[in-house]
Ligand binder design. Structure first.
Ligand code: CP
Ligand code: NVA
Length: 306
């Protein structure tokens, strides 16, 4: 089988992505019923390169490999030769001699692509400045679990048009739902990514208008990792873009609220929003584990029935 990478949601077909969502739900149910008895990856290793902080991504990938009977290696540039200038391509060739798959969280998406081009084993994007496709697997899984097929439904993205927003745009393309993006001027998603989605994606400026009759509302921090020095200016620019319970009241009665987390209460969300029953962020975070299990299984073994 040719090596498959997962750098964006566009690396898999719509059909493969829909399979992954159903497979993730099935793996989750199996874990609940039988415990961690499904161990297809005994003695297999996932290398995890983290150039940015993480709680959910690290714990979910590491736990996925442990429950699958394998092992995950945490690699930080501080402690590896990557941090001392060993070329990305050399690192990719070396790791492929020893491990079965590699997961990378880094800044530049181009660096991730450079790594993948030199890697003979599957490479998974665990967040770059441009995309966060693993999060979208968990998000679409959560939406599907709670509301059935997402096709034709309406999601609303409120906030910065960067990595999470770009992956929501790709998800709208691949899962065929409508996406409204509401961001302040100057924080729009990349034009090429937006244009490729066609009329499935619409830009709004007024959050109150954007959320009206929506099926799902989601947001993210105003200053992402690497943008810490812009925190104050972004707080000013995003004033009026905080998602609150009152804002969700304008959406459909059964609206869901998602947030990839970590959240900044009192900034992009009201201080109490995560306590609202419409917010399903803990289930969403937990689904990182199941969705990524389905992804690793698919990249290494192909489709598995059951
Ligand atoms: N949502 C997410 O990727 O969380 P971490 O940064 O904690 O991994
Ligand atoms: N947009 C955020 C997502 C974190 C999971 C960041 O890049 O920091």
């Amino acid at each position: 089988m040719a090596t498959r990478h997962f750098l964006t949601l566009l690396d898999l077909s719509s059909d493969e992505l829909r399979y992954l969502i159903q497979r993730a739900i099935s793996i989750k149910n199996g874990l609940k019923t039988h415990g961690p008895t499904y161990t297809p990856f005994a003695n297999r290793t996932l290398a995890m390169i983290f150039e940015k902080s993480s709680t959910r991504t690290r714990v979910s990938f590491e736990t996925a490999m442990a429950q699958f009977g394998g092992h995950a290696l945490f690699l930080s540039p501080r402690d590896t030769q990557l941090g001392r200038g060993e070329p990305i391509g050399d690192t990719a060739r070396v790791l492929a001699e020893m491990v079965d798959a590699v997961m990378i969280r880094t800044f530049s998406h181009a660096s991730l692509e450079e790594y993948a081009a030199a890697s003979a084993v599957p490479v998974i994007n665990a967040l770059t400045d441009d995309y966060h496709p693993c999060q979208l697997l968990a998000d679409v899984m959560t939406w599907t679990e709670l509301r059935g097929s997402v096709k034709g439904r309406t999601a609303v993205w409120i906030g910065d048009g960067n990595n999470m927003c770009h992956s929501w745009i790709n998800a709208a393309r691949q899962f065929d739902f409508q996406l409204r993006i509401c961001c302040p001027e100057g924080y729009e998603p990349r034009q090429d990514i937006l244009a490729a989605a066609g009329d499935r994606v619409t830009l709004f400026r007024d959050p109150q208008q954007a959320v009206t009759d929506a099926d799902l509302v989601t947001t993210d921090v105003w200053a992402s990792m690497g943008q810490e020095e812009e925190q104050a200016s972004r707080e000013a620019d995003f004033a009026g873009f905080q998602v609150s319970e009152a804002m969700l009241d304008r959406a459909k009665d059964d609206v869901l609220f998602l947030h990839c987390l970590p959240a900044h209460r009192g900034e992009e969300i009201s201080t109490t929003l995560l306590d609202d029953p419409r917010a399903v962020v803990w289930q969403e975070a937990g689904n990182r584990l199941h969705a990524q299990k389905a992804l690793i299984e698919f990249l290494l073994l192909g489709r598995v029935e059951g």
